[in-house]
Design a protein around this ligand. Structure first.
Ligand code: SF4
Ligand code: SF4
Length: 355
């Protein structure tokens, strides 16, 4: 076993880099009366999470799991936060205009599901830690997105980056195209210094949001956000938001694309994030006509599956309505009779919009 806590911290960070992460830091598991976690509870109470019930999971005493790590993992003393750059050298949504094609969020372009990619790396770091400590009483647990942890809050306390006004975690060197994963551990490691907030007086992300989803800096009303609408929202898109969705069919990158800290963000060479041909700018006609079989084959192992076939077809139809392309009219007239009522309803909307 390394002779000092400092050696153990160095070992953990080295193991993270060896496992393929770009960033690693350590945060205390107990954040006390953290402003960010209090804010999360208020955000949930205000109904800003929409239909994302997983964010509202509560323990048996009705406490929000994501705001009370000390209750769901009372043994945890430290949180190891790892960051993985998924940026690739391809255009930003703000630079790309093809009315026949839809926009898929950058994080979902790769051939694999990032949950597995990040989890696989976390397990390697965890294994190194366990091997080094060699104590059967050591407790560790890895999470990517789905656990009781607001990752970006711990990432900020671990010095991995700051939480920008667009609510994304931003690293000074790598920008915000980052997947985060955490390892909770019972080890008492010395935390890193929190990162400085470097947004300054900039408001580009707030100004660029097409649906005015920011209630205030750092405060997102998810129910207005295109990412939520295209991925999490089932059924009908609120009529007043449809026109602002543009050509987005899965997620939205605008508030990150305009961020100056992403201007020089380096590209990752990790094969898992290199764009899969069908997952970057897919043709709207192809998406709108996807059979269940095509959907399964085209998006096997991809986070895009979360939108489900019905949602993706609905989004493609909305994008057609926003395209200004009358060439879509014959297909939309057919889709008005689609067996999926959500697709049919949005095809009617799109026809009205195309005049
Ligand atoms: S992801 Fe898009 S819709 Fe959501 S807040 Fe950012 S710019 Fe607005
Ligand atoms: S665009 Fe400006 S305000 Fe928004 S996150 Fe980036 S630096 Fe911060």
């Amino acid at each position: 076993m390394p002779s000092s806590v400092a050696q153990l911290e160095a070992l953990v960070k080295e193991a993270a880099i060896e496992a393929g992460f770009d960033l690693a830091g350590i945060a205390p598991a107990r954040l006390g009366d953290s402003r960010e976690l209090r804010f999360f509870s208020d955000w949930i109470a205000a109904g800003r999470a929409g239909e994302m019930a997983y964010l509202e999971a509560r323990d048996d005493q009705r406490r929000l799991k994501r705001a009370s790590l000390e209750h769901v993992a009372p043994w945890a003393r430290s949180v190891i936060v790892c960051g993985l750059n998924y940026n690739t050298a391809h255009p930003r949504s703000t630079e790309y205009h093809d009315p026949e094609r839809g926009w898929i969020s950058r994080y979902a372009w790769g051939p694999a599901d990032y949950h597995e990619v990040v989890m696989d790396r976390l397990r390697r770091v965890e294994a190194r830690l366990r091997e080094a400590v060699a104590d059967p009483a050591l407790e560790t647990r890895c999470y990517v997105d789905t656990g009781p942890v607001v990752e970006r809050v711990f990432a900020a306390y671990a010095g991995v980056g700051w939480i920008g006004k667009n609510t994304c975690l931003i690293n000074q060197r790598l920008g915000s195209w980052l997947f985060l994963g955490v390892i909770l551990t019972s080890l008492e490691l010395a935390p890193d210094l929190p990162a400085l907030d470097r947004c300054g007086s900039c408001t580009r992300c707030l100004d660029a949001c097409p649906t005015q989803a920011f209630v205030a800096p750092h405060e997102l009303d998810a129910t207005r956000c295109i990412s939520y609408l295209t991925i999490e929202k089932r059924g009908a898109i609120p009529e007043e938001l449809g026109p602002d969705m543009g050509n987005h069919v899965f997620g939205c990158d605008i508030c990150q694309d305009v961020c100056p800290w992403n201007r020089k963000a380096p590209a990752s060479s990790a094969p898992e994030f290199q764009p899969h041909p069908e997952r970057v700018h897919p043709a709207l006609v192809w998406l709108a006509c996807l059979s269940e079989e095509d959907f399964r084959a085209a998006f096997r192992g991809s986070p895009i599956r979360r939108a489900k076939r019905s949602g993706l077809r609905r989004n493609a139809v909305v994008a057609m309505g926003n395209s200004g392309q009358r060439g879509f009219v014959p297909l939309l007239r057919q889709l008005v009779h689609d067996s999926d009522p959500v697709v049919a309803e949005h095809a009617e909307w799109a026809l009205r919009r195309l005049g």
